[in-house]
Write a protein that binds this ligand. Structure first.
Ligand code: AMP
Length: 543
């Protein structure tokens, strides 16, 4: 027997209309290339998204066609999110930090028909224009006064495009499984792979994101996503804010600018900020130098890479900010786990709380987790056993766009293999120990590069650290610590190695330390271990 409840589809356009109706006057503040503080409201945002939807319908697109964006976090990009997906098109967000060859690959693979771009990325597109001939036209996301000279063909100004349209639009009542957005993984190995979100997955993910033990988001918050709209939907923030009515502060091209971020946090009364660890490293360094305290900020959600204990401590002790770690991937929309304390943990000492906070977090309801060994046998949740992390749920990808199972990323019983290696403790707290490919195998045992990196990051003279495995005649592989020194600080190899005493098992301690000026990062801010391994291919441990 079936239940007797309504089957109204879960649609992104419903989130838009909910936000505009219930929180119409809530503010959205953006830094853009042409305006240091653009301000308007949810109501105006959705009005303009409807104008855009009308304009898209006139471009001769079919539902399901991909329309790309190449843009920073600002109000026009947000309108594109709602206008494109709401009207039945697939909003394909492109990471402008990718190499030109990767841009060409994904634009062609996605079969993008139009590209919406910020002014500053026009030269990037001009350079590859002859290789993306399937693209019919370009919309430059600015007004007529700031339109650039360009050799691109069929170029339209965003403000002119939407000015001609009505702010009335009847959103199509799509099937909730309709594709809504497309984002390619960073592709550290091989070609990038497309993750195709749908309306249902997006809405369910947004519900999970706002929950108290995830982001604890409400209309009283002011939110600064320093996670880009061009990567995994800025962790779903465009949707979770519109569900709750939180103020939205968008940093535009200033995502890596400590001074601007500090000022936004202060003047826009930001209570919640989100970003990857590298972003916060920069911000904490700036705040320390400038003698600033982040007084208004209450909490940060940090994920996308392992979060060093020293960072959690710095936020807590220097700024009174609660850092909550999250884990996720492009393939999981992205949120899969979030770290918050449980009832009964009130008596934990500050140190025990810190230990807990260094874990990635508990699986959200909606994202089941398991760890398995090489034979696919499930491992216990004892906080010790580590194995391949597999997940499943309604906002986890079931395949990659146009690969039809070719990636071999799913198990026969329907779980997605994340490529991460993790432990899960009896309380359900999952901790990432490595990417499968980055695991260091010494004498048949695994050493966690992430734990070694985290410990090194706790040293005051270390700005950034990475650990890779180097082949070793006796142990197969041994860890090498690679360090970028903090500005103005000196430290020796011996001091750094001694720093590990008592922090990790003796046999985990790296065999050597290499100092470098900087570490290579991927387009999404992760340390590029592949590149590092290449740089150190000829490296040999001292006798
Ligand atoms: P992406 O698809 O670019 O968002 O990258 C996803 C990957 O980032 C995951 O598979 C993890 O390897 C890594 N990652 C995300 N969150 C964390 C975390 N809290 N700790 C360690 N690694 C993380």
């Amino acid at each position: 027997m079936q239940g007797l409840m309504m089957n109204t589809p879960l649609l992104i356009s419903s989130i838009a209309e909910h936000g505009a109706k219930y929180h119409g006057g809530r503010e959205i503040v953006s830094v853009t290339a042409d305006n240091p503080r653009h301000r308007y409201t949810y109501r105006e945002c959705i009005g303009r998204a409807r104008q855009l939807a009308n304009a898209l319908d006139k471009l001769g697109l079919e539902h399901g066609d991909r329309v790309a964006t190449l843009a920073w976090n600002d109000y026009r990009h947000l309108e594109a999110y709602y206008g494109m997906s709401g009207a039945g098109y697939v909003c394909h967000t492109i990471n402008p930090r990718l190499f030109p060859e990767q841009l060409v690959f994904i634009i062609n693979h996605a079969e993008d028909r139009w590209i919406f771009t910020d002014v500053m990325f026009v030269p990037l597109l001009e350079a590859i224009a002859d290789k993306i001939s399937g693209v019919e036209g370009f919309v430059v996301m600015t007004d007529e006064a700031h339109m650039p000279e360009t050799s691109l063909k069929n170029v339209v100004c965003y403000e002119t495009l939407i000015a001609a349209e009505s702010a009335e639009f009847t959103w199509p009542e799509l099937d909730e499984r309709t594709a809504s957005a497309l984002c390619y993984t960073s592709g550290t190995t091989g070609d990038p792979k497309g993750v195709l979100y749908d309306h249902r997955s997006t809405v369910l993910h947004a519900f999970a994101a706002v929950a108290p033990d995830t982001m604890n988001l409400s209309c009283h918050d002011s939110v600064l996503p320093v996670v880009p709209l061009f990567h995994v939907n800025a962790w779903g923030i465009p949707y979770s804010t519109f569900i709750t009515g939180a103020k939205l502060v968008l940093p535009g091209p200033k995502m890596g600018d400590g001074e601007v971020l500090c000022e936004l946090l202060d003047t826009e009364d930001v209570t919640l900020a989100l970003g990857v660890p590298t972003v916060w490293l920069g911000l904490l360094q700036y705040a320390e130098k400038a003698g600033k305290r982040l007084d208004k900020l209450q909490r940060t959600i940090v994920g996308g890479a392992a979060v060093p204990r020293s960072m959690i401590e710095a936020f807590r002790d220097q700024h009174g900010v609660d850092l909550r770690q999250g884990w996720g991937m492009t393939e999981t929309s992205p949120l899969g786990a979030a770290n918050s304390t449980k009832a009964g943990m009130e008596s934990l000492t500050p140190d025990e709380r810190l230990d807990l906070a260094t874990k990635a977090g508990r699986g959200l309801f909606g994202c089941e987790m398991r760890i398995v060994d090489d034979e696919g046998v499930e491992l216990p949740w004892d906080g010790e056993a580590y194995g391949a992390l597999q997940v499943r749920g309604p906002w986890v990808c079931s395949d990659y766009f146009k690969l039809e199972g070719g990636a071999g990323s799913h198990t026969d019983d329907g779980w997605f293999d994340t490529g991460d290696v993790a432990t899960i403790d009896p309380g359900g707290y999952m901790a990432i120990t490595d990417r499968t490919k980055d695991v260091i195998k010494s004498g048949g045992e695994w050493i966690s590069s992430i734990e070694l990196e985290n410990a090194a990051m706790g040293h005051p003279a270390v700005a950034e650290a990475a650990v890779i495995g180097i082949s070793h005649p006796k142990w197969t592989e041994r860890p090498l610590l690679i360090v970028v020194k903090a500005e103005g600080q000196e430290v020796s190899k011996e001091e750094l190695l001694a720093w590990y005493d008592g922090k990790v098992a003796t046999w985990w301690i790296p065999n050597d330390v290499a100092f470098v000026e900087e570490l290579p990062h991927t387009a999404t801010g992760k340390i590029k271990k592949i590149e590092l391994r290449k740089q150190f291919t000829d490296y040999q441990f001292p006798e």
